[in-house]
Design a protein around this ligand. Structure first.
Ligand SMILES: [Zn+2]
Length: 249
C-alpha cells in the first residue's frame, strides 16, 4: 500500500511530523474504526478522523436529525432535519475526504448484533448516550479484543477513556445501569461546544493509539470540566469481579 500524490499533499502536515511520517500515515490509511452513535461526540470525532485519512469508517446509528440536536451536532444542517444521521454522516465524510471508505449502518447496537457489527475493526468509538448500549459495546469490544474509546459529555463535564482489555468500561461504571436506558442528557442539558471538545480529544487519542505516538493512554480516564476549564486524569482500577473482564468471567 502506498500514498497517492493527492494523499501526500493532503496529509503533508502529518507526514512532516517525525512522530507520524509516511509510515504513520499509512497506518491511519490501513485502520478500520467503528463509530457507535452519530450524535454530538461523533460531531467532534468524525471530522478529525476523516481529515486524518482513516481508511475505513463504519458509522452505526438509527436516529434521525432533530431540531434540538443542531445546538451540539455540527455535521448536520437545518435542512437535514428528519434524515438518517448515519447516512448524513457518511455523506459528510465522503465530501470531506474521498480517500476514506465509509459504511453507514442504520441500526441500533444490541446484544445480538454487536459482535457481527464490530468485528473486523481496529478500534471502536462509543459516543452513545445510554449506559445499556455502552455496556453492550464494551462487552463486545472486550470479547473481540478491539480497543475501545468511550466518550461522554453532560452539562459542563466531559469524559474520555481508552480501554484495551483490563480494566474495561464495566470496571469503571459497574453493572448498575445494565437494564435501563439512563439517558439524562435531555433533562440535564449539555453545553453544545463541550461535545465537540470531547469528541475531538477522543479522535486525538485514536490517532495516537493507531500511529503509536506518546505513552499508552489505556486505562486512564480523562475528565474535562468546562466550568473551571481544566483537565484531570484518573487511573481506572480493574474490578476483579467485573462480569466482563474479571477473573471469574
Ligand atoms: Zn472490566
Amino acid at each position: 500500500m502506498a500514498l497517492s500524490d493527492d494523499e501526500l499533499d493532503r496529509y503533508a502536515r502529518h507526514i512532516v511530523l517525525p512522530q507520524v511520517g509516511g509510515a504513520g500515515q499509512l497506518r491511519l490509511k490501513d485502520a478500520r474504526i467503528a463509530i457507535v452513535g452519530a450524535g454530538g461526540i461523533a460531531g467532534g470525532v468524525l471530522p478529525a478522523l476523516v481529515g486524518a485519512g482513516i481508511g475505513h469508517l463504519t458509522i452505526i446509528d438509527d436516529d434521525r436529525v432533530e431540531l434540538s440536536n443542531l445546538q451540539r451536532q455540527p455535521i448536520y444542517g437545518s435542512d437535514q432535519i428528519g434524515e438518517r444521521k448515519s447516512d448524513l454522516a457518511a455523506r459528510f465524510a465522503g465530501k470531506r475526504n474521498p480517500h476514506v471508505k465509509v459504511r453507514a449502518i442504520v441500526d441500533r447496537i444490541d446484544i445480538d448484533n454487536a459482535d457481527a457489527i464490530l468485528s473486523g475493526h481496529d478500534l471502536v468509538f462509543d459516543g452513545t448516550d445510554n449506559f445499556a448500549t455502552r455496556l453492550i459495546v464494551n462487552d463486545a469490544s472486550f470479547r473481540l479484543g478491539i480497543p475501545l474509546i468511550s466518550a461522554a459529555a453532560q452539562q459542563f463535564q466531559g469524559q474520555v477513556a481508552l480501554f484495551r482489555g483490563r480494566p474495561c468500561y464495566r470496571c469503571f461504571v459497574g453493572d448498575a445501569f445494565d437494564a435501563d436506558d439512563c439517558d439524562t442528557c435531555a433533562e440535564l442539558g449539555v453545553l453544545g461546544a463541550l461535545t465537540g471538545t470531547i469528541g475531538n480529544f477522543a479522535a486525538l487519542m485514536a490517532i495516537r493509539a493507531l500511529v503509536g505516538i506518546g505513552p499508552d493512554a489505556a486505562g486512564t480516564l480523562h475528565l474535562f470540566d468546562g466550568l473551571s476549564l481544566s483537565w484531570k486524569q484518573l487511573r481506572i482500577s480493574a474490578d476483579l469481579s467485573c462480569r466482563t473482564c474479571g477473573e471469574t468471567s
